[in-house]
Design a protein around this ligand. Structure first.
Ligand SMILES: Nc1ncnc2c1ncn2[C@@H]1O[C@H](COP(=O)(O)OP(=O)(O)OP(=O)(O)O)[C@@H](O)[C@H]1O
Length: 585
């Protein structure tokens, strides 16, 4: 067996031994603490979903846990349902509440969202938990199942639930759900441009988090038997949140450390005769440290160190597969471009206060063509891409994708209907591999062979390479390749050559010129690199001060003195005969 295969087997075996050692070797006092640590880890994992993965602040995990506990207690008193079913229903009961508290997250961010969730947690504590949990007044305990009636049995049940949740989250992170959460954390605009609804993505993160915390609370009902509101107060939520941030609870080992720390530190302080109130302060300091360092907590730092070591070893012992030269050469002349328009904008105007960013712009992108869009800084090129992709609503004008009006259609639906875009600033999630990112961008349409074709066409590194491990230029190539993964009708590329070397830029030009033929998709290419536009476009449009100043073949547009004047500014008027190619050279 190879070392790489042996490591998980040995790790799993050691973990099993440790769990068995705790379950059967610990006294009931330590077993109670171990169970609390496991439940703390479960609730920390729920924070990891919303905060660590989806990048939103939630300061009410214990409110979700309390709802799970309350529901389990109530159902335990009034129904004869088995305990395992009660736990599941307890988790599910927290889901609608999670969605409800997720709604403000659609508009609020950062500290505002933190205040909203904290207030929610406080309100639930006052209105529900402080009035008493079911059975608490009559001291009727929540009955544990017979197979987990002992402390060791109940500990093993909690470990099993934690393992199941961790495995499910790990599977989600390899699939589109988890990748969407991190995509929304990195950039909401980029998520919408991939065709995913930001609203649904945020709400599923809150719902999943509430479910996991609800499970944790339901198990707490079984652990403690009789519950009080004390453990579900906002302060308890803050402790869980800060520990989750400090240890990095989007990773299971980070959640485990958070669970152990929130259980052991107060207990240690108590045994040392020190005030337990110090513990929240310690966690807050550790969380501040992690947030200030921009790290994913202790677990994130450990993983980053391990990855760096692994990379170093790989470069020492193995010659890395050299990326193929970008872009398969495309034979010229290309077949004639059909007249059929795929994307048509007519009379599009955009005003930002007193600034007119676009002024009655007409643009037609024809089927099978690469259409260049040029113009000096501030000419309105990015604004036009924002209008076409749905991120900016025009003041006036119409937009048709083939025969379908696109006016008012939100960005993620435009992406699904076939308008894909890239951004000037890179927005690829560095945690994903190139293959995972292309698959995510494909929304289920990019099979392995398409992913491989895209990688070859754009000269990207192999699919298993992590985005974090490639340079900025290569990330740009990956981003352009990703716009094609869902087989769109038209892609809008916003300065894809920015940051590329001359050689990479030429390779990208060849790949872009081949997009219509190899991927059946039209292209709108916004670029300052005039040579790139000249080499790979079939048509071109030049903008200046939001107006179309030239339109036609690249030779006509680039040879137009008005375009040269636009690039030269007012002084260009004295040199009307120079073309933009001459200006550029
Ligand atoms: N959100 C905004 N609010 C106010 N003005 C804006 C906004 N976005 C763009 N503008 C203005 O609209 C005009 C067009 O900007 P835009 O970014 O579309 O130009 P561009 O051609 O893409 O420029 P560059 O090549 O530098 O990216 C500029 O005058 C810019 O200052």
């Amino acid at each position: 067996m190879k070392r790489a295969e042996l490591t998980p087997v040995l790790g799993g075996g050691a973990l099993l031994l440790a769990v068995a050692g705790v379950a059967f070797g610990f006294s009931s006092y330590w077993l109670f603490l171990a169970t609390s640590a496991v439940l703390g880890a479960l609730i920390a994992l729920s924070v990891g979903v919303v905060h660590g993965r989806a990048g939103m602040v939630t300061l009410c995990p214990m409110a979700f846990a309390g709802i799970g506990a309350w529901t389990t207690g109530w159902l335990g008193m009034h129904t004869g349902l088995p305990f395992v079913v009660l736990v599941l229903v307890g988790g599910l009961a927290a889901v609608p509440v999670g969605v409800l508290i997720g709604l403000p997250a659609l508009r609020l961010r950062g500290v505002n969202l933190a205040v909203a969730t904290l207030a929610f947690g406080g309100a639930v504590a006052v209105m529900v938990f402080d009035k008493g949990f079911p059975g608490a007044a009559a001291r009727t305990p929540v009955a544990r199942p017979s197979f987990a009636s002992s402390e060791s049995g109940f500990f093993l049940l909690c470990v099993l639930v934690l393992v199941l949740v961790a495995v499910a989250l790990s599977a989600a992170s390899r699939r589109s759900t988890g990748a969407r959460w991190t995509a929304v954390r990195d950039s909401e605009r980029a998520t919408a441009a991939l065709g995913y609804s930001v609203t649904t993505t945020k709400l599923t993160a809150f719902a999943t988090s509430a479910f996991i915390a609800g499970l944790g609370g339901a198990l707490m009902a079984g652990q403690l038997g009789i519950l009080s509101g004390v453990g579900f107060q906002p302060m308890a939520s803050i402790v869980v949140f800060t520990a989750a941030v400090a240890f990095g609870s989007s990773y299971v080992e980070g959640a485990l450390l958070a669970g152990v720390a929130t259980t052991v530190v107060p207990e240690l302080l108590r045994q040392l005769g020190l005030p337990q109130d110090v513990a929240p302060g310690l966690f807050a300091l550790a969380a501040l440290q992690a947030l200030a360092a921009g790290s994913e907590g202790v677990a994130g730092q450990l993983r980053a160190a391990l990855r760096a070591r692994h990379r170093k070893r790989r470069t020492m012992y193995a010659a890395e597969t050299a990326p193929e030269p970008a872009g398969e050469p495309v034979p010229r002349p290309r077949p004639p471009i059909p007249e059929e328009p795929v994307l048509r904008a007519t009379g599009v105007s955009v005003r930002y206060g007193t600034v007119t960013a676009l002024d009655s712009v007409d643009l037609t992108i024809r089927a099978g063509s690469v259409h260049g869009l040029i113009g000096p800084n501030g000419a309105g090129k990015s604004t036009l891409i924002d209008v076409l992709s749905g991120f900016v609503a025009p003041t006036s004008g119409r937009l048709l994708l083939r025969e379908t009006p696109m006016d008012g259609v939100p960005p993620h639906l435009r992406a699904r209907q076939g308008i894909r875009r890239s951004f000037q600033q890179g927005r690829v999630n560095p945690q994903l591999t190139i293959g995972q990112y292309l698959t995510l961008s494909g929304r289920g349409l990019a099979d392995r062979s398409l992913v491989e074709r895209l990688i070859r066409a754009f000269g990207c590194p192999p699919a298993g390479t992590r985005v974090a491990d490639v340079d900025v230029g290569t990330r740009r190539l990956v981003e352009v390749a990703a716009t094609l993964a869902a087989q769109p009708t038209v892609v809008l590329l916003d300065e894809p050559a920015a940051g590329l070397s001359a050689e990479e830029s030429a390779g990208l030009g060849r790949a872009i010129a081949g997009i219509p033929e190899h991927f059946g998709c039209s292209v709108l290419l916004v670029e300052h690199d005039i040579e790139l536009v000249a080499s790979c476009c079939d048509e071109a449009t030049a903008l200046d001060f939001g107006r179309v100043i030239a339109n036609g073949t690249p030779a006509d547009v680039l040879g137009d003195p008005a375009v040269a004047r636009a690039y030269l500014g007012a002084d260009g008027g004295s040199e009307p005969r120079r073309t933009i190619m001459e200006v550029h050279s």
